[in-house]
Each structure stands twice: as C-alpha cells, then as structure tokens.
Ligand binder design. Structure first.
Ligand code: FUL
Length: 476
C-alpha cells in the first residue's frame, strides 16, 4: 500500500514537472482589442460623398449640399456584399476633405441635413451602422480632420469643432466603432489657413467614447499606415515601432511605416489601404479598370500574408449601391481564396520539434486549429526547428505560419526545408518576420516532410503552420 502511494506520488510529480509554464510576454505586446482587430484580416473601405457625383478625388468644399443625391441608397446591399466576400468590418468616409458630413453633424452646415436628399432627413451612418448590426459586421469610420468647407478651419476654435463632430459620431448613436481612421492630410481651409491639429484632444476623445476602437493614422496609436496605397507590406514587417518624431501626416522616412521596428516601444501594426479601382471614389469611367482576381490575390499575399490588414476600398456608385462589376469581382475573389485555403495540406501531419517547454507547449499545437494553443521553446532557446511528417506525399506552394502575438512578435528569420521522395532535404523558401500571419510563396513542392528553422529575438512561440496549393495566382 505504502509502495503504491509512493509510486502514485512519484508519477504525479513527474507529470507536473513535464507540464510547461507559458513564456512571459516578450517586449511590447498588443492590447486585446488589437489582437481581435488583427484577426479580422480583410475589411472593406467605402469612399462615398459629393465626390461620387462630381468624379473628383478631393472636393473643394464649395459643392452644393444637393450634389449628394444617391437615388437608391442601399446600405444592406453593401454589407451583404462585404459579408459574402468574407470581410469582417467596414469603414466609411463619414467626412472626407471637402467637409461634407454623411450624418447630420450639428457642428456643420454642410451635411446631409442641408441637402434635398430624403428632404434632409437622411443619415448614411445610421443606415450603414444598423445594416452592419443586423448582419454581424463591424462598423468603423473615417473622419477627415482636414475640412475645406468649415470657415473655422485654421483657427484654434476648429479643434473644438472637430472634437464635437467626433463626439456626435462616436458618442453612441451609431453603436460600437471598431476602427477610427484618421487621415493625416492637413491642407488649407476656405480662409487659406492650415490647421494645427490637437491630436491629443482627438485621440483622447476617441479613447473616452470608444475604448475598444483601433485608431489608424501614420503614427497609430492603434494601427499604422503601411506607407503606400498599393496594398503592399514589405517582406520585413514588425508590428512594433517607435513613434518619436512621427505624427499623423508627418513621417520623415516613410519606409519605417512598412517595416516597423524590431523591439519598438509601441505595438502599432500595419494596415494596407488600397482601392479596387484606380481612384478612391466611384467613377463611371473606371468601371473597366476594376482590379483583376490576380491583382487582388497579389494584394492579399502582400498584406494579410505579410503581417498586415487588407483594407480594400469598394466605393458605392451614384445610386448608392456597390456596382455589379465590383460585387461580381469580390465574389470571384472570395471563391479563389476559398479554393486556395480550404484544404490545409498539413492536416493529419505529426509534428515534433528540436525543443519545447513541456506538456501544453509541444509542437503538435501548431496543427490543432486552436488560436490560444501554441508551440513554445524554453526561455533562452532562440534557434529552434519544427518538423512536420506529412500524412503522405503532399504538393503545395504556400507555407503559412503564425506567431502567437499576444506574447509579442519574436521571429526575425526562418527557413523552410522539404524532404523529397529520395530522402534529401531541400530548402524551398525563407523569410524574415512572421507576426500574426506570414504566407510564403514557393515553387510547387511535393514532399513527405517539412522542417522550419526559426531564429528569434526570444524563444519562438508559434501558433500554427499550414500548407496550401494555389493553382490560381500567377506571379508572372
Ligand atoms: C488619403 C486621402 O487624401 C485620399 O483621398 C483617400 O481618402 C486615402 C484613403 O487617404 O490620404
């Protein structure tokens, strides 16, 4: 009996000692709402306003309010299209640089309330936010601080005017806002003056009214502009950055926005805003230049596949509907993504690794589909490898890897080797940073096993590894 008790106690303690302890977070880590935001991956941007009717990209602010006159506004259609395309959120230009407000902003006399549209009783934000709520879509707003209409622009008074405009959108009438988009543009107002923006006032207002909103600008604080409007995040893309010397609209070295900074003191991940058409606003003349499936897939790989969000602008037309050409293209894009990513060729594989932290943190976790389980190495181990014995020979050309970002971004570089039918290992790809998600494009490889070698700033913490076969995208 005594002996049995001893054996039981000994095996229990062995079991406990094999159970690993989670790594401490490394460096700067995201807020919970930034992790949720990153998981959205693809969102829709909507540029809509007087420019839709004048074919301008930047309105002058002198357009009559009656210019804005959608004949068949249908925000439910926008949301239905976005949803079918797999987007998780929508961000609308509530106010672009011309100053026209798509909601009855009490601070302004240049809004839907002064227009003949719906006898001045219309409110695009109300319709879109309720369509989003009905269809389970997140709702966000772009509100340009630059205002080419407001006579107070360029004076101290304007900062208060803009704060109150923010309050009327963010105060609750339109529900929860997942992202507040701040354009850094700061041009002249109607009196020829340039405004000195009070960013701490604006940011403080958003934080107070919408504590979970991710604030976009060149310098965050929630997410950052990637530095181009082509939907392209560079090969190396850290979600951390230092904001010293950066401000919305003021970025001395734009390349920093793409790469971020290893060990940077702020977690401000990149977002890729890009339009499905050449311009941001709808124009009849651009109906024939809607991006192709290949262009959209390329953007997907260089944004979502490069630790960034894809914010695709799909501008509603003069009817107030997403044009058929754009919606059909989006459905084709969705079908292509579904075809490529529906079958994970790593599933059924057996995973092992050079190192791990014990039970609960083993290599097999990269295959379990659970976001919150991961493979982690012991503290101090910064070079480690993970091997997948595939469930037979598999042919793939995409290698997708995810770090568990709630514990920080760690991997600096990695290489992928494949074991061929003759037993030899061959390097098929390599990359630098990973972050939330990294998709490497390789030649078509048929292999029975895969080995990924990681080199990281702190012990690697890898959430998932997947393999896919893309027969659609042509890299040219
Ligand atoms: C830019 C603006 O000037 C463009 O008109 C557009 O809204 C784009 C998303 O941001 O800075």
């Amino acid at each position: 009996m005594k002996h049995n008790t001893f054996v039981l106690a000994a095996s229990l303690s062995a079991l406990v000692s094999c159970t690993g302890v989670a790594p401490e977070p490394f460096g700067t880590v995201p807020a919970d709402f930034q992790v949720e935001w990153q998981k959205m991956e693809t969102n829709m941007f909507l540029h809509f306003g007087p420019n839709t009717f004048t074919s301008a990209e930047w309105g002058t602010g002198e357009e009559s309010e009656d210019t804005f006159n959608p004949t068949e506004l249908d925000c439910s259609q926008w949301v239905a299209v976005a949803k079918a395309a797999g987007f998780k959120g929508m961000i609308i230009t509530a106010k672009h640089h011309d100053g026209f407000c798509l909601w009855p902003n009490p601070e302004s006399t240049h809004t839907v309330a002064q227009s003949n549209w719906r006898d001045g009783k219309g409110d695009v934000l109300r319709e879109l936010s309720s369509a989003c709520a009905d269809q389970g879509m997140k709702f966000g707003v772009y509100i340009s601080p630059w205002d080419r209409n407001d006579p107070r622009y360029g004076t101290d008074e304007y900062n208060g005017v803009f704060r109150r405009a923010l309050e009327s959108v963010l105060g609750g009438t339109y529900g929860q806002i997942f992202e507040q988009w701040f354009d850094g543009a700061c041009g002249e107002g109607p009196n020829g003056k340039v405004q000195v923006y009070d960013w701490s006032l604006f940011h403080g207002t958003v934080r107070e009214l919408q504590p979970q909103a991710v604030m976009f600008s060149d310098a965050g604080p929630g997410c950052r502009w990637v530095g181009n409007e082509r939907g392209y995040a560079p090969e190396t893309c850290w979600s951390t950055i230092d904001t010293t010397g950066l401000a919305p609209g003021k970025v001395p070295d734009i390349s920093v926005l793409g790469t971020g900074l290893k060990g940077g003191s702020c977690w401000i991940p990149a977002e890729c805003d890009v339009s499905i058409r050449p311009g941001w606003f709808w124009k009849e003349s651009e109906n024939s230049s809607v991006k192709t499936i290949n262009q959209l897939l390329s953007i997907y790989y260089t944004s979502v596949g490069s630790n960034s969000l894809m914010l695709l602008n799909v501008p509603p037309d003069t009817r107030g509907r997403i044009h058929e050409i754009d919606s059909v293209r989006l459905m084709e894009f969705r079908a292509a993504l579904d075809e490529i990513f529906s079958e994970d060729l790593a599933s059924g594989a057996k995973a092992c690794s050079s190192d791990d932290r014990g039970r609960g943190f083993r290599a097999e976790n990269v295959l379990d589909g659970n976001y919150d389980s991961y493979w982690a190495c012991p503290d101090g181990v910064t070079e480690a490898s993970l091997t997948l014995e595939l469930d037979g020979a598999r042919t793939f050309n995409r290698v997708q890897v995810q770090e568990y970002i709630p514990l920080g971004q760690r991997v600096e570089s990695f290489s992928v080797e494949a074991r061929m039918a003759d037993g030899s290992w061959q390097k098929v790809a390599d990359g630098t940073t990973i972050g939330y998600k990294r998709i490497l494009l390789t030649e078509k490889v048929t292999a029975e096993a895969l080995r990924i070698n990681f080199s990281a700033a702190a012990c690697p913490v890898i959430n998932s590894v997947s393999l896919y076969l893309d027969n659609i995208f042509d890299q040219q």
